[in-house]
Design a protein around this ligand. Structure first.
Ligand code: ANZ
Ligand code: ZN
Length: 803
C-alpha cells in the first residue's frame, strides 16, 4: 500500500476536476435546481484566514451532496473588492488600488483552489471590474429615477481616523466598525437611499422565508417598527404647536412635562423669549459631541435644562406644563419631541426625580414611588377621566379615537431604521453616475455611457475637508450636461462598499452578460437562492441592504420573486486556541496554507466541519487537526481489507442504512460534526468486521466525499471501483433497515406490565412467549396458573391472560 500523501493526490484531483469542468453549472430542465451561496470575501492583503473555509466547506458539502442527488447546482464565488483597507494599503505603499486588488485576488483564488471547493469558477465576479460595476451604477440610476436616491444635508457619523462618513450600522458602541476610531457628528451633503420605504415589507416578508430565528429577530429589531400616535401639544400664548410621537397614547393624562431634542427648531425660533438661551446653547454644545448611542444609554445619569419662558398645554388635562431639553430625546426619531410620562416610562421617571418634576400615576398596578410602572399587559387606567377603568390596549384605542375626533392627532407607525447614507468621500468605490448642472440640477449619465469609470489619480489620500479625492481631478469633474449640453460637474462621491454586494447573487447567474445585469430567463430559473450562509455581523447591513435592492428590482419586474434568499443560516467564528478572536496583534492567527501543507486540505476540511456545533464559535486546536488526519489515515488503510462483493455485508447492513440516513440528514441541517462522527463509527465497524466488500466501500466513500473529496476519489480509483466518484449517485437507504432490530418489549400479564425483555423485532410469538416465560419477574405472575389467551401485536404488545 502506498503511503497517504495528500499533497500529491489533492493537486491531482483538483487538476482533473478543472480539466473536466466537473463543477461547471448546467441547466438540465428535467432536474431540480439548487443555488447555494456563501458570502464572497473581501480580498484583503492578509490572505485567507482559517475562518473563511468554515462556511465555504459547509455549503460545499451540501453542494456536492446535492449534485450526487441529481440537482443542477450553482455554487459560485467572487470578490467583494472595493473598500477601505485596499485603499489605505495603496496609499501607504504607493501602489494603485486596482493593482493591489488584482494581487490579493490572485492569492485568495489560489488558496481557495487548494482547499478543493467545488465552485464554478466560470461564474467568478469582481465588484471592481467595470463590467460589473456598470450594473451597480445602472441599478443606482434606477433608484434615482424612482425617487429612492436623494441628496440631503445630514448630520452623519464621521470617523475621524478613516475620514469617512458611516451609516448607523457601521458605528458599533460609538466607534468606527472598521478601525475602532472616534466617531463624531458632522453635517454633510450626502446621497441617501430610501430603504425606509421598504421597512414594512422587510419585516413582513420574513414570513415568506426560512431564516434562522436569531437572524429574523435581529432584523426585526433593527428595523424597529413601533405603533402609536402623533399628537399636538399647544404652546401657551403662541400659534405654534409641539408635535410628539408616543407609543403610549393611553398615558396622556400622566404627562407632566415635555422634552425636546437640543436640535429642535422651536428653540431658535423663540430664542428672544427664552430667558436662559445662553444656558441652552451651552448644553446643546456639550450634547453635540455625543453619539446617538451615548445619548440614549439607559444607565447614564439624566441631564437637561428647562426652557424658561415657554410652556405647553397638556391636551387631555388642559394644564400648563414645562418644556425641557435633554440629550435622551433624539432629533432623528419620531418628531424630536416627547410628552414625558414619568409614572410609566423609566427614563422620564429618572429625569423627573432628578429635577423634581411631578409624577402622576395613571395605570394602577405598580409602585411609582420606587420606579416607573411599565407593564402594559396588566394594569387599569386611573386619574384619566374617560379612560378610567380600561385596560391599556383598550385605552390606547379610545385615546386615538378621541384625538382623531378632536383633530389633535392620528395613529402613527415609526421605524428605528434610517435611510441608508450612500455616499463616501473616498477613491476606491463605484463613481456615482450623476452630473450636476447649474440649470437642470442632478442629471443621470445616459445608460449608453455607463460605466462611469474610476479615473486614475496621483493621490488617493482622503481630504480633511471631507471631499473625495476625485474632486481634485478637474478634467474628469468638468463635463457637459447630458440634458442641456451646458457646462456641468460630475458627482465626486463614490458608493459605499455595501453597493456591489447588494446584488452580486444576481450577477453570478449570468456574469458575462453585456446587455443586461442578467437575463430574465436565467434569473427565473435559478432564483430564489435556496440556501445562503453567512456571518451574523451582516444581519443588519448586507443582508438587509441586499433584500432591499432585490425587492426594488422585483417592483420593476426585473426579478420574479419578492425575496432573494429562501433560507439563511449562520456559522460561528473560529477562535484562537486560547479562545480569543484570531488577530495579528494577539499572535494567534492560523494560516490555512500551513495546515494544508502539513496535513492536507482534506484534513483541514474535515476538521473545520468536525470542530463543533456549526452555529457556535469554537477554538482552534492543533490536536483536533491531528485527530482528523488520523481518521483519514484509517480511511486510507481500508483499501487493505476491501474485497469483492456487490451487496451490503449482511452483518453490517443495518448499520450502513442507519449511517446513510444520519449523514444525509445531518449534512442538510448544519450538523456536519455528528455526520462525521457517524462515519468515524462506521469505520470502526468495518475494522471490527475485519473486511469490507466493494459495495460497502463504495457507499462509504460517497458519504465521506463531500467532506474529504480528494482522498475518497483517490481510494475509489486505486481500489478499481467503476468510473469516477464524482459521477456517482448518492446512496439511498431503506427506512425499515434503519430501525433498531433489538428492542425492549414490555410484557403484560392480565393487562399489567410485569417486566421487559429484549427481543428481536422479527421474533415470532412463539419465541417471545418462550423468552417471557424464562424471565423471573414474569414467572412469578404466571406460575401455577393457566394461560387462557395471548394478545400479540408485532414489536409492540404481548399480553398473557391467565386464570
Ligand atoms: C409617552 C410614553 C409613555 C412613552 C410611556 C413611553 C412610555 P419606541 O418603542 O422606541 O418607538 N420617544 C419618542 N420620540 C423619541 C425621541 N425622538 N427620542 C427619545 N425618545 C423618544 O419608543 C417610543 C417612545 O419613546 C415614545 O413613547 C416616547 O415616549 C419616546 F409610559 O411617549 B413615549
Ligand atoms: Zn443641464
Amino acid at each position: 500500500m502506498r503511503e497517504y500523501n495528500p499533497n500529491k493526490i489533492e493537486k491531482k484531483w483538483q487538476d482533473i476536476w478543472d480539466e473536466k469542468e466537473v463543477y461547471k453549472t448546467s441547466i438540465d430542465k428535467d432536474k431540480p435546481k439548487f443555488y447555494a451561496l456563501v458570502e464572497f470575501p473581501y480580498p484583503s492583503g492578509e490572505g485567507l484566514h482559517v475562518g473563511h473555509p468554515r462556511p465555504y466547506t459547509a455549503l460545499d458539502v451540501v453542494a456536492r451532496k446535492r449534485r450526487y442527488q441529481g440537482y443542477n447546482v450553482l455554487y459560485p464565488m467572487g470578490w467583494d473588492a472595493f473598500g477601505l483597507p485596499t485603499e489605505n494599503y495603496a496609499i501607504k505603499h504607493k501602489i494603485h488600488p486596482a493593482k493591489v486588488t488584482e494581487n490579493n485576488i490572485k492569492r485568495f483564488k489560489s488558496q481557495l483552489k487548494s482547499i478543493g471547493f467545488s465552485f464554478d469558477w466560470s461564474k467568478e465576479i469582481d465588484t471592481t471590474d467595470p463590467h460589473y460595476y456598470k450594473w451597480t451604477q445602472w441599478i443606482f440610476l434606477k433608484l434615482f429615477e424612482k425617487g429612492l436616491a436623494y441628496k440631503q444635508e445630514m448630520p452623519i457619523n464621521w470617523c475621524t481616523s478613516c475620514k469617512i462618513g458611516l451609516a448607523n450600522e457601521e458605528v458599533v458602541g460609538g466607534a468606527c466598525e472598521r478601525c475602532g476610531g472616534e466617531v463624531v457628528r458632522k453635517v454633510k451633503n450626502q446621497w441617501m437611499l430610501k430603504i425606509t420605504e421598504y421597512a414594512d415589507r422587510l419585516i413582513d416578508d420574513l414570513e415568506l422565508v426560512n431564516f434562522i430565528d436569531r437572524v429574523k429577530i435581529q432584523q426585526t429589531n433593527w428595523i424597529g417598527r413601533s405603533e402609536g400616535a402623533e399628537l399636538d401639544f399647544n404652546i401657551s400664548d403662541k400659534e405654534d404647536k409641539l408635535r410628539v410621537f408616543t407609543t403610549r397614547p393611553d398615558t396622556i393624562f400622566g404627562s407632566t412635562y415635555m422634552v425636546i431634542a437640543v436640535e429642535h427648531p422651536l428653540i431658535d425660533k423663540y430664542k428672544d423669549e427664552i430667558s436662559n438661551y445662553d444656558e441652552i446653547l451651552e448644553y446643546r454644545n456639550i450634547v453635540s459631541k455625543k453619539s446617538d448611542f451615548e445619548r440614549t444609554e439607559l444607565s447614564k445619569e439624566k441631564t437637561g435644562v428647562e426652557l424658561k419662558g415657554l410652556k405647553a398645554i397638556n391636551p387631555a388635562t388642559g394644564k400648563e406644563i414645562p418644556i425641557w431639553i435633554s440629550d435622551y430625546v433624539l432629533m432623528t426619531y419620531g418628531t424630536g419631541a416627547i410628552m414625558a410620562v414619568p409614572g410609566h416610562d423609566q427614563r422620564d421617571w429618572e429625569f423627573a426625580k432628578k429635577f423634581n418634576l411631578p409624577i402622576v400615576e395613571v395605570i394602577k398596578g405598580g409602585n411609582i414611588e420606587k420606579e416607573a410602572y411599565t407593564n402594559t399587559d396588566q394594569g387599569i387606567l386611573i386619574n384619566s377621566d374617560f379612560l378610567d377603568g380600561m385596560e391599556v390596549e383598550k385605552a390606547k384605542e379610545s385615546m386615538i379615537k378621541w384625538l382623531e375626533e378632536k383633530g389633535l392627532g392620528t395613529k402613527k407607525t415609526n421605524f428605528k431604521l434610517r435611510d441608508w447614507v450612500f455616499s463616501r468621500q473616498r477613491y476606491w468605490g463605484e463613481p456615482i453616475p450623476l452630473v450636476h448642472c447649474p440649470k437642470c440640477g442632478w442629471v443621470p449619465v445616459p445608460e449608453s455611457e455607463l460605466p462611469v469609470m474610476l479615473p486614475d489619480v496621483e493621490n488617493y489620500e482622503p481630504t480633511d475637508t471631507g471631499e473625495s479625492p476625485l474632486a481634485k481631478i478637474t478634467d474628469w469633474v468638468n463635463t457637459t450636461c447630458p440634458k442641456c449640453g451646458g457646462l456641468a460637474e460630475r458627482e465626486t462621491d463614490t458608493m459605499p462598499n455595501w453597493a456591489g454586494s447588494s446584488w452580486y447573487f444576481l450577477r453570478y447567474i449570468d456574469p458575462h452578460n453585456e446587455k443586461q445585469f442578467a437575463s430574465k430567463e436565467e434569473l427565473d430559473y435559478w432564483l430564489p437562492i435556496d440556501w445562503y450562509n453567512g456571518g451574523m455581523e451582516h444581519t443588519t447591513l448586507h443582508l438587509l441592504y441586499s433584500r432591499f435592492w432585490h425587492k426594488f428590482l422585483y417592483d420593476l419586474g426585473l426579478v420574479s420573486c419578492p425575496e432573494p434568499y429562501l433560507k439563511r443560516t449562520s456559522h460561528g467564528m473560529i477562535l484562537g486556541h486560547n479562545n480569543e478572536k484570531m488577530s495579528k496583534s494577539r499572535g494567534n492567527v492560523v494560516n490555512p496554507d500551513e495546515i494544508i501543507k502539513e496535513f492536507g486540505a482534506d484534513t483541514l476540511r474535515t476538521y473545520e466541519m468536525f470542530i463543533g456545533d456549526f452555529e457556535k464559535s469554537a477554538p482552534w486546536s492543533e490536536n483536533g487537526v491531528r485527530g482528523c488526519r488520523r481518521f483519514l489515515e484509517r480511511v486510507w488503510r481500508l483499501q487493505d481489507i476491501v474485497e469483492d462483493g456487490d451487496e451490503y455485508t449482511k452483518e453490517l447492513e443495518s448499520n450502513i442504512h442507519k449511517s446513510i440516513k444520519k449523514v444525509s440528514e445531518d449534512f442538510e441541517s448544519l450538523k456536519f460534526n455528528t455526520g462525521i462522527a457517524t462515519l468515524m463509527a462506521l469505520l470502526n465497524d468495518f475494522n471490527d468486521h475485519g473486511k469490507i466488500n466493494k459495495k460497502d466501500f463504495e457507499t462509504y466513500l460517497i458519504l465521506l466525499n463531500p467532506v474529504a473529496p480528494h482522498i475518497t476519489e483517490e481510494l475509489w480509483e486505486i481500489t478499481g471501483l467503476k468510473g469516477h466518484l464524482h459521477d456517482a449517485t448518492w446512496p439511498e437507504y431503506d427506512e425499515n433497515k434503519t430501525k433498531d432490530e433489538v428492542i425492549q418489549m414490555p410484557i403484560q400479564v392480565n393487562g399489567k406490565v410485569r417486566g421487559t425483555i429484549k427481543i428481536n423485532i422479527d421474533d415470532t410469538q412463539e419465541t417471545i412467549r418462550k423468552k417471557a416465560l424464562d424471565d423471573e419477574n414474569i414467572q412469578k405472575f404466571v406460575e401455577g396458573r393457566n394461560i387462557v389467551k395471548e394478545i400479540f401485536v408485532k414489536g409492540k404488545i404481548f399480553n398473557i391472560v391467565v386464570k
